[in-house]
Design a protein. Structure first.
Length: 131
């Protein structure tokens, strides 16, 4: 039973690690998109002798990119919170699986002790029967 619990906790921890890695990948994608938008904001421009309306359109475009950047920042913050939650869950599952692993090791040691005692008793009985 403990062996099944150990395997279950280990499998759950592995699943959480996979989910955490997916969240981390999404965070990296958002970071790269934010970097690209920042670069576009910094390099956007109009022709040297453009009309005043070109500057107004450029300002609107930059403002919309800044708004999109803010939305991405909020999304990234939510993803980071989710990632932290997964990390805490992973740690808890690993602690539980280590506890079950320790119990399994102790059971194995007890079984080995019982086997050794039984062999020792059998050897002692054999020696007594021989004399």
């Amino acid at each position: 039973m403990i062996n099944k619990l150990y395997k279950l906790k280990k499998m759950q921890a592995d699943q959480k690690i996979i989910q955490k890695n997916q969240i981390t990948h999404h965070i990296e994608l958002v970071d790269s998109e934010m970097l690209m938008i920042n670069n576009k904001i910094n390099t956007a421009g109009v022709t040297k002798y453009g009309a005043i309306s070109d500057f107004a359109i450029l300002t609107m475009h930059k403002n919309s990119m800044k708004l999109h950047l803010q939305k991405l920042s909020n999304k990234k913050n939510l993803l980071v919170i989710q990632e932290d939650k997964f990390i805490k869950e992973i740690l808890e599952l690993q602690k539980e699986s280590e506890q079950f692993s320790y119990i399994l090791d102790e059971e194995r040691k007890e079984l080995i002790k019982k086997i050794l005692l039984a062999e020792d008793e059998a050897a002692a009985e054999y020696m007594q029967s021989k004399y």
